[in-house]
Design a protein around this ligand. Structure first.
Ligand SMILES: [Zn+2]
Ligand SMILES: [Zn+2]
Ligand SMILES: [Zn+2]
Length: 480
């Protein structure tokens, strides 16, 4: 289908539209769900008549780890009214017809202009990676708050679309953890909105609350009024006073009919009767059964979480452009046999002087970049991050000499210095280390394929060490 619309401004050919030099891809509701080839278009127009389809496509773009995708301008056409928070919060606008495409050009230009200002160094932790994505989106769209929105698909009943889009619905509690982390890092500040209660086992929020028997935990119980007959002093369940014929209440002890509540009898409280174990009791327990993991918890042991509206702090607003610097990143001090970057850099400087002084000496600088390690951290949980890196360091240490040194730049980058070994031998050592790390991860994390890229270089005798390592890291990170 070829068409020219609206004063010849928009050209339409095979789902590709051109307008004022910008190219748009038109995603029809029956198109394939693949987005891999769409990086080259300036913007995407999604036919939104199918809500489920629209949600899937928006989620694919916004959850992507590559900025070219997750910041892509997305517009909806044939939009239906929906409560879906992803569709409402993560699209850039709605157009009524292709004739309105020229009106989107200004927004698209603004977004791309802001994208050029974003900082884009590799993230040093999973929290930073996820939160930086949200900050980048907010900066390019001029958004300053993270709003909780009720969401039937979320296991905790709420979602924060910008963060939640990176997780599955059952992982929503992780979104709360990311926000708590960001609050601790002073990137956002909270404004209380609501409170939710979560399963103490899996942090799910789909809970079924029941009043249960304290003796046998059954919810199969009946409660009825307790009746106190003043003239004879008898106290018993109201059913003892009833008959099958009329509504008159008769005292089972003295056989008198009851007349007026408050005058000759009273209902002092309620009595519960368990239909399962026959126990009679006044106070029942309340338990919450988790629909997700089936754990039945006494309500007092549920985890309560505040659902806040978060506003960006100044630090938060600046972090899109300046990068996120956290207060607590000290992994390198905790892993035995490794150096922090500052110490490593100093020692490499001395090493450079040593090799400069004697032409026969040389050192090798090696940088490992674990490209998808944050996907692995997502599976193994934050607490295992350190033990995993310790394992990597052990493998490295076993394959180099005791005089070589290891530096953990951040959880996705490890650098080492291999002294007095020929470049070819150092390269072989690196291959072996790579194989062993891949094998370790595969064997321990359900065949997870970790992507290890590395570079071996002779330590420069002319360029400064900091410059050399920076250019190696840049090359490794950008290559992937
Ligand atoms: Zn649970
Ligand atoms: Zn019972
Ligand atoms: Zn009586």
């Amino acid at each position: 289908m070829d068409k020219t619309l609206a004063n010849n401004k928009v050209e339409f050919h095979d789902n590709i539209l051109t307008c004022f030099g910008k190219t748009f891809f038109y995603f029809e509701s029956f198109s394939s769900l693949k987005i891999d080839d769409l990086e080259k278009y300036d913007a995407i127009i999604i036919d939104a008549r199918d809500v489920e389809f629209t949600r899937i496509i928006i989620k694919k773009f916004r959850s992507h780890s590559n900025m070219e995708f997750y910041l892509k301008p997305l517009f909806l056409i044939n939009n239906k009214v929906t409560d879906d928070p992803y569709i409402k919060e993560l699209a850039d606008g709605i157009i009524m017809s292709f004739d309105q495409i020229p009106e989107t050009i200004n927004d698209i230009n603004q977004i791309y202009m802001k994208i050029t200002r974003l900082e884009s160094s590799p993230s040093s932790s999973f929290e930073i990676q996820v939160f930086k994505k949200a900050l980048n989106f907010m900066f390019t769209r001029e958004i300053n708050t993270l709003k909780p929105i009720t969401d039937i698909n979320s296991t905790i009943g709420y979602c924060y679309p910008l963060i939640s889009v990176n997780f599955e619905a059952f992982e929503e509690a992780k979104v709360i953890e990311i926000l708590e982390w960001a609050e601790k890092e002073h990137l956002i500040w909270p404004d209380f909105q609501d409170r939710v209660y979560l399963c103490s086992n899996c942090k799910g929020g789909h809970l079924s609350f029941r009043e249960i028997c304290p003796n046998c935990d059954s919810a199969n119980m009946r409660s009825e009024d307790l009746v106190h007959h003043f003239p004879c002093g008898y106290i018993g369940a109201i059913s003892d006073f009833k008959n099958n014929i009329d509504t008159v209440l008769t005292c089972p002890k003295c056989s008198k009919n009851l007349r007026h509540i408050g005058v000759d009898y009273d209902k002092p409280s309620i009595i519960n009767h368990c239909q399962n174990c026959n126990d009679v009791f006044q106070d029942y327990l309340v338990k919450a059964k988790c629909i997700q993991c089936k754990t039945d918890t006494d309500v007092q042991f549920l985890i309560s979480k505040d659902i806040n509206l978060y506003k960006l702090t100044k630090k938060g607003r600046n972090s899109a452009v300046g990068g996120i610097y956290t207060s607590d990143y000290e992994l390198n001090h905790e892993i035995v046999g490794t150096l922090d970057f500052k110490t490593f850099s100093t020692m490499m400087h001395y090493e450079q002087e040593r090799t400069k002084a004697n032409v026969t000496l040389s050192s090798n600088l090696v940088v490992f970049y674990f490209e998808n390690i944050f996907d692995l951290y997502k599976i193994v949980s934050k607490s295992k991050e350190k033990s995993l890196l310790t394992e990597f360091v052990t493998i490295i240490r076993d394959n180099i000499t005791p005089a070589d040194f290891i530096c953990i730049n951040n959880p996705s980058i490890i650098s080492i210095c291999i002294n007095d070994v020929a470049f070819e031998n150092a390269s072989l050592m690196v291959l072996k280390i790579t194989d062993m790390i891949e094998e370790l991860v595969r064997d321990n994390f359900e065949k997870f394929e970790i992507l290890v890229v590395s570079q071996v270089a002779l330590l420069s005798k002319s360029q400064s060490f900091d410059k050399q390592i920076q250019s190696i890291i840049k090359e490794l990170v950008e290559k992937t």
